[in-house]
Ligand binder design. Structure first.
Ligand code: 2AM
Ligand code: CA
Ligand code: CA
Ligand code: CA
Length: 261
């Protein structure tokens, strides 16, 4: 895909994201309809569902031959990644959305023939859009981001899945202890924006394709390492234990969790 075409898609997706943000902001002041999915800690609201429908209808109009993978199930059943595949997480950090009305993100990714092309993480309340890809670079709103410094685990903050720290999965407490400090924000998208800005050096969690689809593209475009917890490549259609980190922090963390995978 040439750069002119990429910029055309980029401008279009940014328009959808503005519409989507305005929709969420308007709905946020009304009563939310909150339901449990797999557990009382796994929520979905009417706004998650309606926003996914909104974004999917935009995508269908713009690129009708695409496949769409959406968390709340209004997209397609996807078995192979040929052609254009859009990945949509209408609200990432639903628990934060319900409890805080803050610290959540809209996420969209575009893969073509399995390759990450464009990624978007939109911090709705703070109006900070992280966007871009390998060809056009990565931006925070209109400002181009430089590659984060390659800082190791001892000299950086880490973000880890809360439940996995509580249960000490994969020696996670040792990972936290070795780092400069542990931070848990509760939205995979928001955690990854902290990595893009160089504020933390690693994020490790069990993630689904819509949790890492956009972040993987943005992180890899800035030279960050994205892999499973045992250092393998991710399958964009499968859930897995995912590590996003500086190259050095990845090297530091792999041996700590290695024997516990
Ligand atoms: P979500 O809000 O879109 O569901 C912290 O909960 C992070 O993990 C969020 O980014 C959340 O995305 C994601 N997550 C993935 N699976 C989850 C689950 N079963 N329960 C809660 N959060 C989950
Ligand atoms: Ca969810
Ligand atoms: Ca999510
Ligand atoms: Ca979600």
């Amino acid at each position: 895909m040439n750069v002119t075409e990429l910029h055309r898609i980029d401008r279009t997706v940014k328009q959808w994201l503005q519409t989507s943000r305005n929709f969420i902001l308007a709905k946020m002041n009304e009563n939310l309809n909150v339901a449990e999915k797999s557990s009382r800690k796994d929520l979905v609201t009417n706004v998650d569902k309606e926003n996914e429908k909104l974004l999917i209808s935009k995508i269908r109009t713009f690129a009708p031959d695409s496949q769409i993978l959406g968390e709340e199930g209004f997209g397609d059943q996807i078995r192979q990644t040929k052609g254009w595949v859009w990945v949509v997480d209408p609200i990432d950090g639903t628990m934060n959305f319900v409890k805080q009305r803050d610290h959540f993100a809209i996420m969209i990714a575009l893969y073509v023939d399995g390759q990450g092309v464009l990624g978007y993480i939109y911090d709705v309340i703070n109006d900070q859009l992280f966007s871009g890809g390998p060809e056009i670079g990565v931006f925070q709103n209109d400002e181009r981001l430089a590659a984060p410094k390659n800082i190791g685990l001892r000299d950086g903050l880490v973000s880890l899945s809360g439940p996995m720290v509580i249960h000490d999965r994969f020696n996670f407490q040792k990972v936290a202890e070795t780092s400069s400090g542990l931070r848990i924000y509760g939205s995979a998208g928001i955690e990854i924006t902290h990595l893009l800005k160089g504020e933390i050096v690693a994020y490790v969690s069990y993630l689904k394709p819509w949790d890492f689809g956009a972040g993987k593209i943005l992180a890899e475009s800035l030279g960050l390492a994205v892999s499973t917890v045992d250092g393998q490549a991710l399958d964009m259609l499968s859930s897995d234990f995912v590590m996003v980190a500086t190259v050095q922090a990845q090297q530091d963390i792999l041996p700590i969790i290695g024997s516990n995978v």
